[in-house]
Write a protein that binds this ligand. Structure first.
Ligand code: BLA
Length: 311
């Protein structure tokens, strides 16, 4: 009863059937991240009361400047989770998935971080429970959250080896569990990535449930500032910025970064990027455009299997 439109990607890898009322997508072999957030949300709903975030009304879907790229946003909260949000970007030549979970400042639970970028042949993947507090200064924090889940990573170490040198600054935002990898696309890798994503997500979800609420206002302030520092870094220096600007234009990209992806950067604190990262200050007082001051480092995985930093 409805007219059908068939949209095929260049390699005929994804076949989409669109009626006026429904869209069906049959994946033949191309990558799609659509089921990733759906599955994570389904797991969450089994254990946690999710409410839509106010951001959901503002951001649901955007079409890129090229008229081809779709950006799909999801945003939820729970009594403990300040923001659980997802952004998926798709066009005929690339797919991006960016999924993150941030707790209320009463909790010092790590930040869930999945960033998957897929172009025709290349995948760039970061999957981690980013520590809220820098582990080098806080062995108690590593003990509290990571020591008992270190067995997650070795399952994937072989299929997803260390991705090589990366922006040196990034390492301090990563945990010893981090999966940082690059690979060319295959169905096997894509399936393994889905499984890793859900494993990491389950571990995070369990942490959010087990976490005890901090009652000491001074500690809550410390947590809030740590989250604000993290958001400030990513809203300013995340490697996806260039692409996002290209897709939606500078103003919209900035809005997405500050209000959606790294929401809280304008609310959780008042310190500036330079306050947290003074090494980026230029002679005239502005923030350097450079993505990195230290440059690219860490050719190999800088942690041993117990999570000890070996540099
Ligand atoms: C590349 N993304 C990268 C790289 C890392 C990350 C480490 C390799 C380049 C580098 O060393 O910087 C991801 N870095 C992270 C994450 C943290 C970090 C998650 O410090 C967290 C603290 N990626 C996205 C989105 C897009 C995207 C939304 O998450 C696009 C809209 C794109 N990432 C993207 C692209 C590259 C990349 C295009 C390769 C280009 C480049 O290296 O500049």
């Amino acid at each position: 009863t409805h007219p059908l439109r068939i949209l095929a990607s260049p390699k005929n890898t994804t076949i989409k059937l669109r009626t006026t009322s429904k869209r069906f997508s049959f994946r033949v072999s191309a990558v799609s991240y659509k089921e990733f957030p759906e599955s994570a949300l389904q797991e969450t709903r089994k254990k946690v009361l999710l409410e839509p975030s106010l951001l959901q009304e503002k951001y649901s879907s955007i079409t890129g400047l090229d008229g081809q790229t779709q950006l799909e946003m999801l945003a939820f909260k729970s009594p403990r989770i300040r923001l659980l949000r997802s952004m998926a970007i798709e066009n005929q030549t690339m797919q991006v998935f960016d999924f993150a979970g941030f707790m209320e400042p009463e909790f010092d639970t790590p930040i869930f971080c999945a960033n998957f970028f897929t172009s025709v042949n290349m995948n760039i993947v970061v999957l981690d429970l980013n520590p809220l507090h820098q582990l080098s200064d806080r062995t108690d924090y590593q003990e509290k959250y990571y020591s008992n889940i270190m067995s997650i990573y070795p399952k994937y170490a072989e299929i997803f080896p260390w991705g090589g040198k990366l922006t040196g600054e990034s390492i301090k935002f990563f945990s010893p569990l981090v999966m940082w990898t690059r690979f060319s696309s295959s169905q096997e890798k894509h399936d393994a990535l889905f499984s890793a994503f859900l494993d990491y997500y389950q571990a995070w979800l369990e942490m959010t449930i087990q976490a005890t609420e901090e009652m000491d206002p001074a500690q809550v302030r410390v947590n809030r500032e740590a989250q604000h520092k993290y958001l400030t870094w990513r809203a300013q220096k995340d490697p996806g910025h260039g692409l996002l600007k290209k897709l939606v234009g500078e103003a919209k990209a900035k809005e997405l970064l500050r209000d959606f992806l790294f929401n809280g950067v304008d609310e959780l604190g008042t310190k500036s990027f330079i306050d947290y990262f003074p090494e980026y200050q230029t002679e005239d007082g502005a923030v350097s455009d450079k993505r990195s001051i230290i440059g690219r480092s860490f050719e190999t995985r800088p942690w041993d299997s117990t999570g000890h930093f070996i540099g």
